[in-house]
Structures are given as structure tokens and as C-alpha cells.
Design a protein around this ligand. Structure first.
Ligand code: ATP
Ligand code: MG
Length: 216
């Protein structure tokens, strides 16, 4: 079994996230992709984030027609700040034996990883898939991580990935570029502009019915 864990604020989930999940699942032949909305994103404390139940509900609506995709409320159940290391440890202990975990993130998130709690340990706990995002081109691995940490990983040409001392790998993948962000969707909604085709229709209706992003 191979599962992808896709964490994010998802305020709201959009076609960029969904297309990324579809392509990653195909490339890595993953059985499931679990979307994990952050309850409290530690690096977004200065920003007003929509309550968890709305963000979770929008992810549910976006993925309900696609059985390999699901939503986990683990970060809300755990309470407090949402740290990926706690989430990965949860899936490693609570899941079937032999399960391989792939943590999915955009290039922008990976470039910030040295600010994440216990990031050095996190990188050794499971596999990582870093996907390109418009505006964040792939940079040399050693340009992102401090030298001592980058030195632990070696490029394995057969795997097409950087493999570390515990066998986990970090893959960099270039997917279909979709220049869509939640920030842009929130701004358009606030300004009364359309978000048609940027998010699934069910999410668009949910935003309008609940008057989300009207006053930011
Ligand atoms: P915001 O603008 O509020 O930061 P966002 O669009 O970046 O929202 P997040 O919830 O912050 O969405 O992102 C969750 C994860 O999805 C991150 O790892 C991010 O890099 C990735 N991601 C977001 N949008 C895209 C996209 N268009 N293409 C590829 N990856 C994306
Ligand atoms: Mg973001």
C-alpha cells in the first residue's frame, strides 16, 4: 500500500491542488491521497484563516466523487498548532504494516521546510514529493537545505530521487503548471469577481452560500 499525504491550509481547496493530487497519484501509483487540512498552520499566524469546519467541508465536497481521495481531520482532533511531523508519526503508527507514505508539497512549501518543527527528523520519516509551482522553479537541493542536511541525501539515478540514510526519498516533479492560489481566489471573491473553473462547482457554491471571503 502506498498513500500520499497532502497537507495544506486549503482556504479554499482549488484546481491546482486537485490536479497536483491526480498527477502525483498516477506517477507514483498511490492507492490513496489523503488531504489533511491544517487546524492551525504555525507559519500563517499573522493571517486570518477560515474556520476549520468550512475548509474541511470544501475539501470533502471537492473529493467526494473520487474514491481514492479522502480527507483527514487528524490535525483538528489533535488540537493546537498543526505540525507535519506529528501527522506523519500518526499515520506511521496508526496504519497497516508495510504502508509506504509519500508526503506531497509544493516547491514553495519545500523551500520553507527548514522552518518546520523537527524538519530534519521529518525528512527521514517518509518519502517526499515536491511539485513545481509557477513562480517557484526547481532549485538545487543544496540551495534549499543547509549543507550538512543536504549532504545526507544522494541522487539515485535509478529512483530519480534523492535518497537519505533511512531509505526514504525526496522526489522533485514537474507537473502541469496551474497558476492558481487560494490567495487569488479569496481576493477575487472579495472583489466580486468570478472564480468559475478555478475551484470545483461544489466548492464555488459552498463559498457563496456561506458568504466566505467577503470581508478579508
Ligand atoms: P495560499 O495562497 O493561501 O497560501 P495555496 O494556494 O498556496 O494557498 P495551500 O493550502 O497553502 O494553498 O497549499 C497547500 C499545498 O499545495 C502546498 O504544499 C502548496 O505548495 C501546494 N499548492 C498550492 N497550489 C498549488 C498549485 N497551483 N500547484 C501546485 N501545488 C500547489
Ligand atoms: Mg500556500
Amino acid at each position: 500500500m502506498k498513500w500520499g499525504l497532502f497537507g495544506g491550509t486549503f482556504d479554499p481547496i482549488h484546481m491546482g491542488h486537485l490536479r497536483c493530487a491526480v498527477e502525483v497519484r498516477e506517477i507514483f501509483d498511490l492507492d490513496r491521497i489523503i488531504f489533511i487540512p491544517a487546524a492551525q498552520q504555525p507559519l500563517k499566524t499573522d493571517k486570518k484563516v477560515t474556520p476549520f469546519h468550512h475548509r474541511e467541508q470544501m475539501v470533502k465536497l471537492a473529493v467526494e466523487a473520487n474514491p481514492p481521495f479522502s480527507v483527514s481531520d487528524i490535525e483538528n482532533l489533535r488540537g493546537g498548532k498543526s505540525y507535519s511531523i506529528d501527522t506523519v508519526k500518526h499515520f506511521l503508527t496508526a496504519s497497516p504494516e508495510g504502508l509506504e507514505l509519500y508526503f506531497i508539497m509544493g516547491q514553495d512549501a519545500f523551500q520553507d521546510i527548514h522552518r518546520w518543527k523537527e524538519w530534519e527528523q521529518l525528512l527521514l520519516l517518509c518519502n517526499f514529493i515536491v511539485v513545481t509551482r509557477p513562480g517557484y522553479e526547481v532549485r538545487k537541493f543544496s540551495d534549499i537545505l543547509p549543507e550538512y542536511a543536504a549532504a545526507q541525501f544522494h541522487f539515485d539515478t535509478d529512483a530519480g530521487a534523492f535518497t537519505g540514510p533511512t531509505g526514504g526519498a525526496i522526489y522533485f516533479k514537474r507537473l502541469t503548471f496551474l497558476e492558481i492560489s487560494s490567495t487569488d481566489i479569496r481576493n477575487r471573491t472579495k472583489n466580486g469577481q468570478s472564480i468559475l473553473y478555478l475551484v470545483p462547482d461544489s466548492v464555488r457554491h459552498y463559498i457563496s452560500e456561506n458568504a466566505l471571503y467577503k470581508d478579508l
